[in-house]
Design a protein around this ligand. Sequence first.
Ligand code: ATP
Length: 373
Amino acid sequence: MTTTDNSGDVRLSGISKTYGAFTAVQPLDLTVPQGSFFALLGASGCGKTTTLRMIAGLEEPTSGTVHLGDQDVTGLPPYKRPVNTVFQSYALFPHLDIFENVAFGLRRRGVKSVKKQVEEMLDLVQLGEQARKKPHQLSGGQQQRVAVARALINHPKVLLLDEPLGALDLKLRRQMQLELKRIQTEVGITFIHVTHDQEEAMTMADRVAVMNAGRVEQLGAPTDLYENPATTFVANFLGTSNLIEAEVDTKSGDEIVLKAGGGKLTLPTGRCSAPTATGGKVLVGVRPEKISLTHADDAGEIPAGRNRVTGKIADASFIGVSTQYVVDSPAGAELAVYVQNVDRDARLVPGAEVVLHWSPAHTFGLDASQDIE
Ligand code: ATP
Protein backbone atom coordinates (compact mmCIF):
# COMPACT_ATOMS: atom_id res chain seq x y z
CA MET A 1 0.00 0.00 0.00
CA THR A 2 1.51 3.35 -1.00
CA THR A 3 1.46 6.36 1.27
CA THR A 4 -0.67 8.25 -1.25
CA ASP A 5 -3.49 5.69 -1.04
CA ASN A 6 -6.40 7.46 0.59
CA SER A 7 -9.12 4.99 -0.32
CA GLY A 8 -9.69 4.22 3.36
CA ASP A 9 -10.19 7.88 4.36
CA VAL A 10 -13.71 8.48 5.65
CA ARG A 11 -15.01 12.02 5.30
CA LEU A 12 -18.36 13.10 6.67
CA SER A 13 -19.50 16.57 5.60
CA GLY A 14 -22.48 18.19 7.28
CA ILE A 15 -24.03 14.79 7.85
CA SER A 16 -27.15 14.70 10.01
CA LYS A 17 -30.08 12.46 10.86
CA THR A 18 -33.51 13.38 12.06
CA TYR A 19 -36.39 11.07 12.89
CA GLY A 20 -39.54 13.18 12.62
CA ALA A 21 -38.98 16.11 14.98
CA PHE A 22 -36.12 14.37 16.80
CA THR A 23 -32.53 15.06 15.79
CA ALA A 24 -30.34 12.02 16.46
CA VAL A 25 -27.22 13.47 14.78
CA GLN A 26 -26.63 17.20 14.34
CA PRO A 27 -24.78 18.31 11.18
CA LEU A 28 -21.39 16.76 11.65
CA ASP A 29 -18.00 17.14 9.94
CA LEU A 30 -15.50 14.43 10.60
CA THR A 31 -12.45 13.04 8.83
CA VAL A 32 -11.03 9.66 9.70
CA PRO A 33 -7.65 9.09 8.05
CA GLN A 34 -6.84 5.90 6.15
CA GLY A 35 -5.38 3.21 8.38
CA SER A 36 -6.35 4.74 11.70
CA PHE A 37 -8.16 3.12 14.61
CA PHE A 38 -10.89 5.61 15.35
CA ALA A 39 -13.44 5.48 18.18
CA LEU A 40 -16.84 7.12 18.43
CA LEU A 41 -17.36 7.37 22.18
CA GLY A 42 -20.44 8.48 24.06
CA ALA A 43 -23.30 7.55 26.34
CA SER A 44 -26.30 5.57 25.15
CA GLY A 45 -28.46 7.58 22.74
CA CYS A 46 -25.83 10.19 21.74
CA GLY A 47 -26.01 9.23 18.06
CA LYS A 48 -22.86 7.16 17.59
CA THR A 49 -24.59 4.08 16.12
CA THR A 50 -26.63 6.27 13.78
CA THR A 51 -23.40 7.91 12.59
CA LEU A 52 -21.83 4.50 11.99
CA ARG A 53 -24.91 3.26 10.14
CA MET A 54 -24.79 6.30 7.84
CA ILE A 55 -21.18 5.41 6.96
CA ALA A 56 -22.25 1.80 6.29
CA GLY A 57 -25.20 2.89 4.15
CA LEU A 58 -27.68 1.23 6.52
CA GLU A 59 -29.22 4.61 7.33
CA GLU A 60 -29.87 7.42 4.87
CA PRO A 61 -28.59 10.80 6.07
CA THR A 62 -31.09 13.66 6.29
CA SER A 63 -28.37 16.01 5.04
CA GLY A 64 -24.70 15.89 4.12
CA THR A 65 -22.35 13.55 2.31
CA VAL A 66 -20.17 10.53 3.04
CA HIS A 67 -16.91 10.15 1.11
CA LEU A 68 -14.65 7.12 1.12
CA GLY A 69 -11.37 8.32 -0.30
CA ASP A 70 -12.35 10.48 -3.28
CA GLN A 71 -15.62 8.65 -3.87
CA ASP A 72 -18.96 10.13 -2.81
CA VAL A 73 -20.83 7.04 -1.54
CA THR A 74 -23.81 8.89 -0.03
CA GLY A 75 -26.34 7.38 -2.41
CA LEU A 76 -24.83 3.90 -2.62
CA PRO A 77 -26.44 0.86 -0.99
CA PRO A 78 -24.34 -0.90 1.70
CA TYR A 79 -23.17 -3.75 -0.55
CA LYS A 80 -21.68 -1.31 -3.05
CA ARG A 81 -19.53 0.40 -0.39
CA PRO A 82 -16.05 -0.94 0.40
CA VAL A 83 -17.15 -1.17 4.03
CA ASN A 84 -18.10 -4.04 6.34
CA THR A 85 -19.71 -3.96 9.76
CA VAL A 86 -19.23 -6.15 12.82
CA PHE A 87 -22.18 -6.05 15.22
CA GLN A 88 -22.36 -6.82 18.92
CA SER A 89 -24.66 -9.73 18.16
CA TYR A 90 -21.98 -11.40 15.92
CA ALA A 91 -24.77 -12.49 13.50
CA LEU A 92 -23.03 -15.79 12.69
CA PHE A 93 -24.90 -18.55 10.86
CA PRO A 94 -25.53 -21.20 13.53
CA HIS A 95 -25.89 -24.11 11.10
CA LEU A 96 -22.60 -23.39 9.28
CA ASP A 97 -19.20 -24.25 10.73
CA ILE A 98 -16.58 -21.58 11.34
CA PHE A 99 -14.86 -22.16 8.00
CA GLU A 100 -18.13 -21.75 6.09
CA ASN A 101 -19.14 -18.72 8.12
CA VAL A 102 -15.91 -17.00 7.10
CA ALA A 103 -16.14 -18.28 3.51
CA PHE A 104 -19.71 -17.00 3.12
CA GLY A 105 -18.89 -13.63 1.55
CA LEU A 106 -16.52 -15.19 -0.97
CA ARG A 107 -18.94 -17.92 -1.97
CA ARG A 108 -21.73 -15.39 -2.43
CA ARG A 109 -19.51 -13.47 -4.84
CA GLY A 110 -18.92 -16.70 -6.76
CA VAL A 111 -15.27 -17.14 -5.75
CA LYS A 112 -14.38 -20.77 -6.52
CA SER A 113 -11.27 -21.55 -4.48
CA VAL A 114 -11.78 -20.11 -1.02
CA LYS A 115 -9.59 -22.44 1.07
CA LYS A 116 -6.38 -20.40 1.14
CA GLN A 117 -8.10 -17.08 1.89
CA VAL A 118 -10.30 -18.54 4.62
CA GLU A 119 -7.34 -20.25 6.27
CA GLU A 120 -5.34 -17.03 6.19
CA MET A 121 -8.21 -15.16 7.82
CA LEU A 122 -8.67 -17.82 10.50
CA ASP A 123 -4.94 -17.64 11.23
CA LEU A 124 -5.16 -13.85 11.49
CA VAL A 125 -7.79 -14.14 14.22
CA GLN A 126 -6.02 -17.18 15.72
CA LEU A 127 -8.83 -19.64 15.11
CA GLY A 128 -7.10 -22.00 12.67
CA GLU A 129 -7.77 -24.96 14.97
CA GLN A 130 -11.49 -24.26 15.27
CA ALA A 131 -12.43 -24.29 11.58
CA ARG A 132 -14.79 -27.25 11.75
CA LYS A 133 -16.64 -26.27 14.92
CA LYS A 134 -20.08 -24.70 14.95
CA PRO A 135 -20.49 -21.20 16.46
CA HIS A 136 -22.21 -22.53 19.62
CA GLN A 137 -19.09 -24.58 20.39
CA LEU A 138 -16.97 -21.42 20.67
CA SER A 139 -16.65 -18.86 23.48
CA GLY A 140 -18.09 -15.36 23.07
CA GLY A 141 -14.64 -13.92 22.34
CA GLN A 142 -13.95 -16.60 19.71
CA GLN A 143 -17.33 -15.98 18.06
CA GLN A 144 -16.53 -12.29 17.92
CA ARG A 145 -13.23 -13.09 16.17
CA VAL A 146 -15.12 -15.19 13.60
CA ALA A 147 -17.36 -12.18 12.95
CA VAL A 148 -14.24 -10.04 12.40
CA ALA A 149 -12.69 -12.63 10.06
CA ARG A 150 -15.94 -12.89 8.12
CA ALA A 151 -16.03 -9.11 7.66
CA LEU A 152 -12.34 -8.80 6.73
CA ILE A 153 -12.36 -11.54 4.10
CA ASN A 154 -14.16 -9.18 1.73
CA HIS A 155 -11.12 -6.87 1.92
CA PRO A 156 -13.08 -3.78 2.94
CA LYS A 157 -11.30 -0.42 3.00
CA VAL A 158 -13.06 0.35 6.25
CA LEU A 159 -14.26 -1.92 9.05
CA LEU A 160 -17.05 -0.59 11.25
CA LEU A 161 -17.45 -2.11 14.70
CA ASP A 162 -20.67 -1.41 16.61
CA GLU A 163 -20.09 -2.15 20.32
CA PRO A 164 -18.43 -5.41 19.25
CA LEU A 165 -17.30 -6.33 22.75
CA GLY A 166 -20.49 -5.33 24.55
CA ALA A 167 -21.61 -8.90 25.23
CA LEU A 168 -18.31 -10.07 26.72
CA ASP A 169 -17.33 -10.14 30.37
CA LEU A 170 -14.75 -7.65 31.57
CA LYS A 171 -11.69 -9.91 31.39
CA LEU A 172 -12.52 -11.11 27.89
CA ARG A 173 -13.25 -7.54 26.82
CA ARG A 174 -9.75 -6.50 27.87
CA GLN A 175 -8.20 -9.40 25.93
CA MET A 176 -10.28 -8.69 22.84
CA GLN A 177 -9.39 -4.98 22.93
CA LEU A 178 -5.73 -5.89 22.52
CA GLU A 179 -6.59 -8.57 20.00
CA LEU A 180 -8.58 -6.17 17.79
CA LYS A 181 -5.78 -3.63 18.03
CA ARG A 182 -3.29 -6.27 16.86
CA ILE A 183 -5.56 -7.30 13.96
CA GLN A 184 -6.01 -3.68 12.89
CA THR A 185 -2.25 -3.08 12.93
CA GLU A 186 -1.73 -6.25 10.91
CA VAL A 187 -4.31 -5.54 8.19
CA GLY A 188 -3.66 -1.76 8.20
CA ILE A 189 -7.18 -0.69 7.16
CA THR A 190 -9.36 1.96 8.80
CA PHE A 191 -11.32 0.73 11.84
CA ILE A 192 -14.18 2.83 13.24
CA HIS A 193 -15.26 1.50 16.60
CA VAL A 194 -18.40 2.55 18.48
CA THR A 195 -18.35 2.23 22.26
CA HIS A 196 -19.76 3.80 25.42
CA ASP A 197 -16.75 2.56 27.41
CA GLN A 198 -14.14 5.31 27.77
CA GLU A 199 -11.43 2.91 28.86
CA GLU A 200 -12.05 0.80 25.77
CA ALA A 201 -11.82 3.82 23.46
CA MET A 202 -8.67 5.05 25.20
CA THR A 203 -6.98 1.62 25.03
CA MET A 204 -7.68 0.92 21.39
CA ALA A 205 -8.02 4.08 19.37
CA ASP A 206 -5.44 6.47 17.90
CA ARG A 207 -8.14 9.12 17.78
CA VAL A 208 -11.41 9.45 19.64
CA ALA A 209 -14.49 11.57 18.92
CA VAL A 210 -16.48 12.13 22.10
CA MET A 211 -20.17 12.51 21.21
CA ASN A 212 -22.91 14.09 23.27
CA ALA A 213 -26.51 14.76 22.24
CA GLY A 214 -25.87 14.19 18.54
CA ARG A 215 -22.73 16.37 18.39
CA VAL A 216 -18.99 15.75 18.54
CA GLU A 217 -17.89 17.53 21.71
CA GLN A 218 -14.19 16.98 21.16
CA LEU A 219 -11.89 15.06 18.86
CA GLY A 220 -8.33 14.08 19.58
CA ALA A 221 -5.76 11.55 20.67
CA PRO A 222 -6.84 9.72 23.85
CA THR A 223 -4.19 11.28 26.09
CA ASP A 224 -4.94 14.79 24.79
CA LEU A 225 -8.64 14.36 25.53
CA TYR A 226 -7.89 13.03 28.98
CA GLU A 227 -5.29 15.60 29.93
CA ASN A 228 -6.77 18.57 28.13
CA PRO A 229 -10.55 18.24 27.90
CA ALA A 230 -12.29 21.22 26.30
CA THR A 231 -15.68 20.85 27.99
CA THR A 232 -17.01 19.70 31.35
CA PHE A 233 -18.82 16.87 29.57
CA VAL A 234 -15.58 15.48 28.12
CA ALA A 235 -13.70 16.08 31.38
CA ASN A 236 -16.24 14.09 33.37
CA PHE A 237 -16.98 11.42 30.78
CA LEU A 238 -13.31 10.44 30.56
CA GLY A 239 -12.68 10.26 34.29
CA THR A 240 -12.70 12.17 37.56
CA SER A 241 -11.80 15.79 36.99
CA ASN A 242 -11.88 17.48 40.45
CA LEU A 243 -13.43 20.72 39.23
CA ILE A 244 -12.70 23.73 41.45
CA GLU A 245 -14.48 27.05 40.95
CA ALA A 246 -11.97 29.83 40.38
CA GLU A 247 -11.73 33.41 39.15
CA VAL A 248 -9.14 34.89 36.79
CA ASP A 249 -6.71 37.12 38.70
CA THR A 250 -3.94 37.93 36.26
CA LYS A 251 -2.80 36.75 32.87
CA SER A 252 0.70 36.98 31.47
CA GLY A 253 1.89 35.62 28.09
CA ASP A 254 1.78 31.91 28.78
CA GLU A 255 0.34 31.72 32.26
CA ILE A 256 -2.98 32.42 33.95
CA VAL A 257 -3.22 32.96 37.72
CA LEU A 258 -6.58 32.27 39.32
CA LYS A 259 -8.04 32.86 42.76
CA ALA A 260 -9.59 29.76 44.33
CA GLY A 261 -10.46 28.79 47.90
CA GLY A 262 -8.49 31.67 49.44
CA GLY A 263 -5.33 30.80 47.48
CA LYS A 264 -3.91 31.02 43.98
CA LEU A 265 -3.74 28.44 41.20
CA THR A 266 -1.71 28.71 38.01
CA LEU A 267 -2.21 27.08 34.64
CA PRO A 268 -0.69 27.39 31.17
CA THR A 269 -2.73 29.66 28.85
CA GLY A 270 -2.90 26.87 26.25
CA ARG A 271 -4.73 24.61 28.67
CA CYS A 272 -7.60 26.99 29.39
CA SER A 273 -10.64 26.82 27.11
CA ALA A 274 -12.53 29.47 29.12
CA PRO A 275 -12.49 33.24 28.52
CA THR A 276 -9.62 34.69 30.55
CA ALA A 277 -10.56 38.32 31.23
CA THR A 278 -9.78 39.36 34.82
CA GLY A 279 -12.67 38.41 37.10
CA GLY A 280 -13.91 35.71 34.66
CA LYS A 281 -15.13 32.46 36.17
CA VAL A 282 -13.18 29.31 35.35
CA LEU A 283 -13.54 25.70 36.45
CA VAL A 284 -10.07 24.39 37.23
CA GLY A 285 -9.55 20.64 36.83
CA VAL A 286 -6.83 18.17 37.69
CA ARG A 287 -6.86 14.37 37.38
CA PRO A 288 -6.71 12.44 40.68
CA GLU A 289 -3.44 10.65 39.90
CA LYS A 290 -1.65 13.95 39.20
CA ILE A 291 -2.17 15.20 42.76
CA SER A 292 0.28 14.57 45.61
CA LEU A 293 -0.68 14.70 49.27
CA THR A 294 1.53 16.06 52.04
CA HIS A 295 0.58 16.19 55.71
CA ALA A 296 -0.05 19.81 56.72
CA ASP A 297 2.81 19.58 59.28
CA ASP A 298 5.26 18.90 56.43
CA ALA A 299 3.93 21.55 54.03
CA GLY A 300 7.32 23.33 54.09
CA GLU A 301 8.76 20.45 52.06
CA ILE A 302 6.51 21.06 49.04
CA PRO A 303 8.57 22.47 46.16
CA ALA A 304 7.80 26.03 45.06
CA GLY A 305 5.77 26.61 41.93
CA ARG A 306 3.20 23.86 42.50
CA ASN A 307 -0.51 24.47 42.71
CA ARG A 308 -1.75 23.80 46.19
CA VAL A 309 -4.99 23.70 48.16
CA THR A 310 -5.55 22.61 51.75
CA GLY A 311 -7.94 19.88 52.82
CA LYS A 312 -8.89 17.20 55.31
CA ILE A 313 -8.98 13.48 54.49
CA ALA A 314 -12.61 12.35 54.46
CA ASP A 315 -12.07 8.78 53.29
CA ALA A 316 -9.22 6.47 52.36
CA SER A 317 -9.61 3.18 50.52
CA PHE A 318 -6.92 0.78 49.46
CA ILE A 319 -7.66 -0.60 45.96
CA GLY A 320 -4.93 -2.85 44.58
CA VAL A 321 -1.70 -0.88 44.27
CA SER A 322 -3.54 2.43 44.50
CA THR A 323 -4.80 4.22 47.59
CA GLN A 324 -7.82 6.39 46.79
CA TYR A 325 -8.50 9.35 49.03
CA VAL A 326 -11.48 11.65 49.21
CA VAL A 327 -10.45 15.04 50.57
CA ASP A 328 -12.76 17.82 51.80
CA SER A 329 -11.30 21.10 50.66
CA PRO A 330 -12.16 24.74 51.36
CA ALA A 331 -11.57 25.19 47.62
CA GLY A 332 -15.23 24.23 47.54
CA ALA A 333 -14.99 20.70 46.31
CA GLU A 334 -14.60 17.15 47.44
CA LEU A 335 -11.40 16.15 45.68
CA ALA A 336 -10.31 12.65 44.66
CA VAL A 337 -6.63 11.76 44.93
CA TYR A 338 -5.10 8.46 43.74
CA VAL A 339 -1.66 7.59 45.07
CA GLN A 340 0.28 4.52 43.93
CA ASN A 341 2.26 2.18 46.18
CA VAL A 342 1.70 3.87 49.52
CA ASP A 343 3.47 2.11 52.41
CA ARG A 344 0.97 0.94 54.99
CA ASP A 345 2.63 3.17 57.60
CA ALA A 346 2.54 6.22 55.36
CA ARG A 347 -1.19 6.00 54.63
CA LEU A 348 -3.11 9.10 55.65
CA VAL A 349 -6.16 8.50 57.81
CA PRO A 350 -9.53 10.28 57.81
CA GLY A 351 -9.34 13.55 59.70
CA ALA A 352 -5.70 14.24 58.74
CA GLU A 353 -5.03 17.83 57.64
CA VAL A 354 -3.27 17.80 54.29
CA VAL A 355 -2.01 19.94 51.44
CA LEU A 356 -2.90 18.76 47.94
CA HIS A 357 -0.36 19.86 45.36
CA TRP A 358 0.25 19.33 41.66
CA SER A 359 2.05 20.78 38.70
CA PRO A 360 0.46 23.73 36.83
CA ALA A 361 1.22 21.72 33.67
CA HIS A 362 -1.35 19.13 34.76
CA THR A 363 -4.05 21.72 35.32
CA PHE A 364 -6.83 22.50 32.84
CA GLY A 365 -9.35 25.34 32.79
CA LEU A 366 -12.94 25.06 31.55
CA ASP A 367 -15.69 27.53 30.85
CA ALA A 368 -17.65 27.85 34.10
CA SER A 369 -20.85 28.82 32.32
CA GLN A 370 -21.34 25.21 31.12
CA ASP A 371 -23.55 22.80 33.01
CA ILE A 372 -21.53 20.37 35.06
CA GLU A 373 -22.71 16.92 33.94
P1 ATP B 1 -26.69 3.14 22.00
O1 ATP B 1 -25.31 2.92 22.51
O2 ATP B 1 -27.75 2.99 23.04
O3 ATP B 1 -27.00 2.40 20.72
P2 ATP B 1 -26.16 5.46 20.40
O4 ATP B 1 -25.30 6.55 20.88
O5 ATP B 1 -25.54 4.52 19.44
O6 ATP B 1 -26.76 4.69 21.62
P3 ATP B 1 -28.18 5.85 18.43
O7 ATP B 1 -28.55 4.40 18.32
O8 ATP B 1 -27.39 6.45 17.33
O9 ATP B 1 -27.43 6.14 19.80
O10 ATP B 1 -29.51 6.68 18.63
C1 ATP B 1 -29.50 8.08 18.80
C2 ATP B 1 -30.91 8.54 19.10
O11 ATP B 1 -31.73 8.36 17.96
C3 ATP B 1 -31.57 7.78 20.24
O12 ATP B 1 -32.26 8.69 21.05
C4 ATP B 1 -32.51 6.83 19.53
O13 ATP B 1 -33.62 6.55 20.34
C5 ATP B 1 -32.88 7.59 18.31
N1 ATP B 1 -33.19 6.70 17.17
C6 ATP B 1 -32.35 5.80 16.62
N2 ATP B 1 -32.94 5.14 15.61
C7 ATP B 1 -34.23 5.64 15.52
C8 ATP B 1 -35.34 5.40 14.66
N3 ATP B 1 -35.29 4.50 13.69
N4 ATP B 1 -36.47 6.12 14.88
C9 ATP B 1 -36.52 7.05 15.86
N5 ATP B 1 -35.50 7.35 16.70
C10 ATP B 1 -34.36 6.66 16.52
